[in-house]
Design a binder for this molecule. Structure first.
Ligand code: BV8
Length: 250
């Protein structure tokens, strides 16, 4: 790790009150959750347009639910990793701290993060296609595919934002609000391509925030980041945390 860069980042963090952390699939990779665009990523095996769009669900809800049931089965046994845990620990270190995630796996909350903004929904929740009511269902495999609403018998759909669907405006507003008011934004484990999530770091930078990117490889955001740490989030975040705590509590 580039020591002078670590020193500089730790100095900035020691003086920061408002911190936001934007995460993508990369933060969950070390827990065993497949990413989307990685070498054995989900989009290598499956086409997003055939499984993660409202049209796909309209066409074949059973197929779409089989895919989500398979992913739920993958995610159910995994545990948060050192990256998730470090971020959860930062809630007590910084005055204001929020996690803005593109992930639907629920691992930030499982690691103890209390303030998590799930931009793209949550794989453990499902929504009645007629009444709009949302239910958390943890059973894997699902007892019945496709699952139906116990109240009106209509189809349930995953409570997830699909491609071509707008994000919940309340959720998006809060994400932009936090991005434009933070002094430091970490951007961890995301290819920084999918919109509108990929615009949040630019909104933060425009508002004067320092952007600290952590990724195995450079992304379109890297040239615009204040600091870029190349490597695994589960290794880099604990290291920064140790240096920061050494500084704040010698
Ligand atoms: C919308 C839920 C209104 C589903 C998801 C403007 C320009 C072009 C296109 C658009 C645009 N505006 C809108 C669009 C269309 C589209 C879009 O952005 N398309 C992309 C492909 C260009 N956006 C939408 O459709 C959004 N809706 O905008 O509505 C509208 C509609 C149409 C047109 C205009 C406006 C909805 C987007 C949300 C879709 N749902 N997820 C599900 O999960 O099943 S997106 C899904 O893919 C994820 O949630 C995530 O957001 C994205 C995947 O990205 P990442 O999480 O970054 O994962 P990825 O695998 O790509 O990268 C992992 C990274 O981690 C890599 O960089 C890797 O190097 C790194 N890494 C790996 N291991 C580690 C690591 N880093 C550190 N440590 C490690 N150990």
């Amino acid at each position: 790790m580039n020591e002078p860069q670590v020193e500089e980042v730790v100095k900035i963090l020691a003086g920061a009150g408002r911190v936001a952390v934007l995460t993508g699939a990369g933060i969950s990779a070390e827990s065993g959750v497949p990413t989307f665009r990685g070498k054995d990523g989900l989009w290598k095996q499956y086409k997003p347009e055939t499984l993660a769009t409202p049209e796909a669900f309209e066409r074949d809800p059973k197929l779409v639910w089989e895919w989500y049931d398979w992913r739920r089965g993958l995610i159910a046994p995994v545990e948060p990793n050192a990256g998730h845990r470090t971020i959860a620990g930062w809630e007590s270190l910084f005055g204001e701290m929020a996690v803005i995630t593109q992930n639907v796996d629920g691992l930030h909350a499982k690691a103890g993060s209390r303030d998590v903004i799930e931009l793209h929904g949550n794989i453990w929740k499902m929504r009645c296609t007629r009444e709009g009511t949302v239910e958390e269902v943890k059973a894997t495999p699902l007892p019945r595919i496709p699952p139906v609403c116990p109240n009106c018998g209509s189809l349930f759909r995953p409570h997830i934002v699909w491609f071509g669907e707008s994000l919940d405006p309340v959720v998006l507003d809060r994400a932009y609000g936090l991005s434009e008011s933070c002094q430091v934004m970490f951007v961890i484990g995301t290819s920084a391509i999918v919109q509108p999530a990929a615009s949040l770091p630019y909104a933060a930078a425009r508002a004067g925030a320092k952007i600290i990117e952590v990724n195995l490889e450079p992304t379109p955001l890297s040239p615009h980041a204040t600091f870029f740490f190349q490597g695994k989030a589960g290794e880099i975040l604990p290291l920064l945390d140790r240096q920061l705590r050494k500084r704040t509590r010698p």
